[in-house]
Design a protein around this ligand. Structure first.
Ligand code: NDP
Length: 457
């Protein structure tokens, strides 16, 4: 599906050829865009005249705005460091731009655009009034002192604050941006703007406008979606063996909910390697290592000596060599290539839940679908985080604070509804159990209507 993709619709073909030329150095963005457009083709063919007249698809794939900026900061040795900051405001037709900030050395414009593009569809699926955006920096938080993290966040916000606001654009966390970073970012926003605009950022601490259950939301939401998807296919989650790639925010809370649902999570990883604990992962050890000590996952063995550690040595991350019924990639994009997908199918996987954004390559997704592996697509399955961020914004607007159970109940309802939308689109368009295409179609139906209604802007 990747570079050689061809469409039956001549309009779509033209659009893609133009996009290839314009974005030739943005492989992740092209990958995300093609994946979506391929699955929208039946709809596009049906409405080709109207979409063409409106240049709807050309507008859909062009961000409304991209902001890039210099982020200078002083390290602990007194040396000035310079990073690049980004904010992509991709599509605001449904509501204020909304999407996380990623701090990771791999961040570039292609990755920012792919994430912001995915976010448009994800946010539409939540049913809440939020548009699609994403941002971040090539700053590497690993090995930095707390003071360095604070100085970086303050400098980043010095520029970002010009472009955000509770009715304009509302960033949140993503890889490398957790509660600590959101705290520093919010503090700097408040200082510069001299206003307590709590709804300008989500993922805040509970003491200053955050929502209960936001921390848990993406991982919990992933498991609510997975449960619904399995149930629709007459499979129970209880007793299933699960492996999770990653051990960050999404991975930890997916593990927690999976364990609550009676599944057995036997492996988790970080970018260096994975731990395998056939008795079931001890999650309090992982939380202590990752949320408190910011340590490597290998150190799990210091607490659970019977577990095993496998370093990543080949192009297939070590965690995927462990046999399981359900695989939850919760680390980063393109973690599962076709080669890994083949291995997983050989090992008998029945379902894959994308906790991360675009963790499977397009070829891997196609291979899973061909081999009747159920796929919970990231856009839908990991939407619980942003949905709960929108609930945080609601609480900020009405100056209220809901209980954990209240937020969790709303989250669960949203995830059940997102699954239903994917399932309905799958049935309506005869997709043959393809929730990936179902999610794209369901989201696009809403976005396209909003864009057309608002005229050529
Ligand atoms: P965290 O920073 O909390 O954790 C990221 C995890 O992934 C870590 O275990 C990290 O290992 C691993 N990882 C990161 N980069 C790589 C890499 N290049 N190769 C291998 N492993 C890697 O991030 P989150 O848990 O918040 O995010 C994980 C994924 O979920 C991302 O794709 C994000 O976009 C997506 N997501 C997050 C949401 C949220 O609410 N947080 C919402 C929706 C999607 P190490 O520490 O070794 O780098």
């Amino acid at each position: 599906m990747n570079s050689m993709v061809t469409f039956k619709s001549s309009y779509l073909q033209q659009v893609i050829e133009m996009a290839e030329k314009k974005n030739s150095n943005e492989p992740e963005f092209m990958q995300a865009m093609k994946e979506v457009l391929c699955s929208l083709e039946p709809l596009i063919i049906k409405n080709e005249e109207e979409y063409k007249r409106n240049s709807l698809i050309e507008r859909l794939i062009e961000p409304e705005r991209i902001i890039t900026f210099r982020v200078p900061w002083l390290d602990d040795k007194g040396q000035v460091q310079v990073n690049r900051g980004y904010r992509v405001q991709f599509n605001g037709s449904i509501g204020p731009y909304k999407g996380g900030l990623r701090f990771h050395p791999s961040v570039n414009q292609s990755i920012m655009k792919f994430l912001a593009f995915e976010q448009i569809f994800k946010n539409a699926l939540t049913g809440l009034p939020i548009g699609g955006g994403k941002g971040g920096s090539d700053f590497d938080p690993k090995g930095k002192s707390d003071m360095e993290i604070m100085k970086f966040c303050q400098s980043f916000m010095n520029e970002l604050q010009k472009h955000i606001g509770q009715d304009v654009d509302v960033p949140a966390g993503d890889i490398g941006v957790g509660a600590r970073e959101i705290g520093y970012l919010f503090g700097q926003f408040r200082k510069i703007r001299n206003t307590y605009e709590a709804g300008v950022l989500t993922g805040k601490g509970i003491e200053y406008g955050g929502s209960l259950a936001r921390k848990e939301a993406t991982g919990y939401g992933l498991m609510y979606f997975m449960r619904e998807m399995l149930k629709a296919n007459n499979i129970s989650i209880s007793g299933k063996k699960i492996i999770i790639s990653g051990s960050g925010n999404v991975a930890i809370y997916a593990c927690e909910k999976a364990q609550q649902m009676g599944a057995n999570v036997i492996a988790m990883s970080d970018s260096s390697g994975c731990i395998f604990d056939e008795n079931g992962i001890n999650l309090s050890v992982i939380k202590d290592l990752k949320e408190v000590k910011r340590a490597r996952i290998k150190e799990y063995l210091n607490y659970v000596p019977s577990a095993k550690y496998f370093e990543n040595i080949s192009e297939i991350p070590s965690v995927y060599n462990i046999e399981a019924d359900i695989v939850l990639p919760c680390a980063t994009q393109n973690d599962i290539t076709l080669k890994t997908a083949k291995l997983l199918v050989e090992q008998g996987v029945i379902a894959v839940g994308e906790g991360a954004n675009m963790p499977c390559t397009n070829e891997a997704v196609e291979y899973f679908i061909e081999n009747k592996v159920l796929i919970a697509p990231g856009k839908a399955a990991n939407a619980g985080g942003v949905a709960t961020s929108a609930l945080e914004m609601s609480q900020n607007s009405i100056r209220d604070f809901w209980t954990f159970e209240e937020v969790d109940r709303k989250l669960e309802m949203i995830m059940v509804n997102i699954f239903k939308q994917c399932q309905n689109a799958d049935e309506k368009y005869n997709l043959g159990i393809n929730y990936v295409a179902g999610a794209n179609i369901a989201a696009f139906e809403k976005i396209s209507k909003a864009m057309i209604a608002q005229g050529i802007i």
